[in-house]
Design a binder for this molecule. Structure first.
Ligand code: IPM
Ligand code: MG
Length: 361
C-alpha cells in the first residue's frame, strides 16, 4: 500500500528525531512492501519565522489531506526566544492546539511503560515497580479549559482573568468510548479520573462515563479523584491500565506518568479522532538546549511512527517489528545520553536510528 504522511519536524530537536523515524519507516516499507510518501510541513516557531503564524490554514489543509501526521516537537526556550514575545495565540504552542482542533483529534493516548532494560532510571522504589508497569493516559484533547472562552478584564481597577471549563455529554461520550475500546485491547480496566467532589463538569463526566461503560460489560470501571490519582501514580502505578480523563487533568497526569517511567525520551503518543487520520508525536518537548548536537533520543519518535502504523494504517506486524527492534537495541546495551548508564554504549541520535534500522532486518 501507499501511504501519504504529513511530516512536521518542528523546532529544536524535532528535525533530527523525525529524520530517524523516517529512516525506520523507509526500512519497514522495503521489508513489507509499502511505500511511504512524505510531505514536509512547517508548524511552530519555524512557521512563525517563515509566515508570521505558528500554523497557516494552508498547512492545516495539507495535513487534513494526508493519511496521517508525524510530528517532532514545537517550541523554543521561553526565556530566550523571540517567539514568546508574541501574543499567546501567535506562539509556537498555539499551532499545536490549532492542528489538534482542526483535525478533530479529541483522543490523546500517552503510554507510560517501564522498560525492563531501563528500570534503573525509574525514580520509584524497586518494591513498587517490581514486575514493571504498563498503563496509558487517555486524555480528552479538544475540550475543557483549553478551548473554553477566556479573557482578561479590568473590574474597578482590578485585573481579572477568566478561563471557562465546559464539557457537553457528546464530547464526554466519544472520548469515553475510546477509553473502553482501548481497554478492550489491553487489560480491560478503565479508571476514570475527575474532580466530581467539586466540579459540575466532572459530575457530568462521571455520569456519562458510567453510561458508556454499560456497553462494555467486560471492562471494569473505577472512578478516582484527580488529586488521589496524582498520588496513586507514584504510590502504586501497577494498579492502572487505562486512565481516562479530561484535557487539563490529562496534561498534568501524563507528565507525571512519563516521569515515573524514568525515560521520557522513550515515550510516544497518538492523537486520534473519528477518522483514521491521527497525529503522532513523542511525549517529550523540543529540547532547544541540545538541538543540532546529535544528542537527542529518537526512540519516542520512532515508537510514535510505530503507533501510526498500528492505529491509523492497521499495520500491526510492522508496528510490532519496530517495537521489537527498539527493545533489541536496548538489550544490546546502546543508549543515548538521556538514558545512559554504567557499562553501556553511548550513541548519538543518528547512530541510534541506524541501529534500530539494522535490528529491523
Ligand atoms: C502537551 C503540552 C501542550 C498541552 C502545550 C505545549 C500546549 O504540554 O502536549 O502536553 O498542554 O497540551
Ligand atoms: Mg503537557
Amino acid at each position: 500500500m501507499d501511504y501519504k504522511i504529513a511530516v512536521i519536524p518542528g523546532d529544536g530537536i524535532g528535525p533530527e528525531i523525525v529524520a530517524e523515524a523516517k529512516k525506520v519507516l523507509d526500512k519497514i516499507g522495503v521489508i513489507y512492501g509499502h511505500s511511504f510518501e512524505y510531505q514536509e510541513l512547517l508548524m511552530g516557531g519555524c512557521s512563525i519565522d517563515a509566515y508570521g503564524v505558528p500554523l497557516t490554514d494552508e498547512t492545516l489543509e495539507a495535513a487534513k489531506a494526508s493519511d496521517s501526521v508525524l510530528l517532532g516537537a514545537v517550541g523554543g526556550d521561553v526565556g530566550k526566544s523571540d517567539w514568546y514575545k508574541l501574543p499567546p495565540d501567535k506562539r509556537p504552542e498555539a499551532g499545536l492546539l490549532k492542528i489538534r482542533k482542526g483535525l478533530e483529534l479529541y483522543a490523546n493516548i500517552r503510554p507510560a511503560v517501564l522498560f525492563d532494560e531501563l528500570s534503573g532510571a525509574c525514580p520509584l522504589k524497586e518494591e513498587i515497580t517490581e514486575g514493571g508497569f504498563d498503563f496509558i493516559v487517555m486524555r480528552e484533547l479538544t475540550g475543557g479549559l483549553y478551548f473554553g472562552e477566556r479573557k482578561t478584564i479590568e473590574e474597578n481597577g482590578v485585573l481579572k482573568a477568566i478561563d471557562t471549563l465546559t464539557y457537553d455529554e457528546n464530547e464526554i461520550r466519544r472520548i469515553a468510548k475510546w477509553g473502553f475500546e482501548v481497554a478492550m485491547k489491553r487489560n480491560k480496566k478503565v479508571c476514570s479520573v475527575d474532580k466530581a467532589n467539586v466540579l459540575d463538569s466532572s459530575r457530568l463526566w462521571r455520569k456519562i462515563v458510567k453510561e458508556v461503560s454499560g456497553e462494555y460489560p467486560e471492562v471494569e470501571l473505577t472512578d478516582m479523584l484527580v488529586d488521589n490519582c496524582a498520588m496513586q501514580i507514584v504510590r502504586d502505578p501497577k494498579q492502572f491500565d487505562v486512565i481516562l480523563t479530561e484535557n487539563m487533568f490529562g496534561d498534568i497526569l501524563s507528565d507525571e506518568a512519563s516521569m515515573v517511567t524514568g525515560s521520557i525520551g522513550m515515550l510516544p503518543s497518538a492523537s486520534l479522532g473519528a477518522a483514521k487520520l491521527g497525529l503522532y508525536e513523542p511525549s517529550h518537548g523540543s529540547a532547544p538546549d541540545i538541538a543540532g548536537q546529535d544528542k537527542a533520543n529518537p526512540i519516542a519518535t520512532v515508537l510514535s511512527a510505530a503507533m501510526m502504523l498500528r492505529y491509523s494504517f492497521d499495520l500491526e506486524k510492522e508496528a510490532d517489528a519496530i517495537e521489537a527492534a527498539v527493545k533489541q537495541v536496548l538489550k544490546e546495551g546502546y543508549r543515548t545520553v538521556d538514558i545512559m548508564d554504567k557499562g553501556k554504549t553511548l550513541t548519538g541520535t543518528k547512530q541510534m536510528g541506524d541501529l534500530i534500522v539494522k535490528y529491523l532486518a
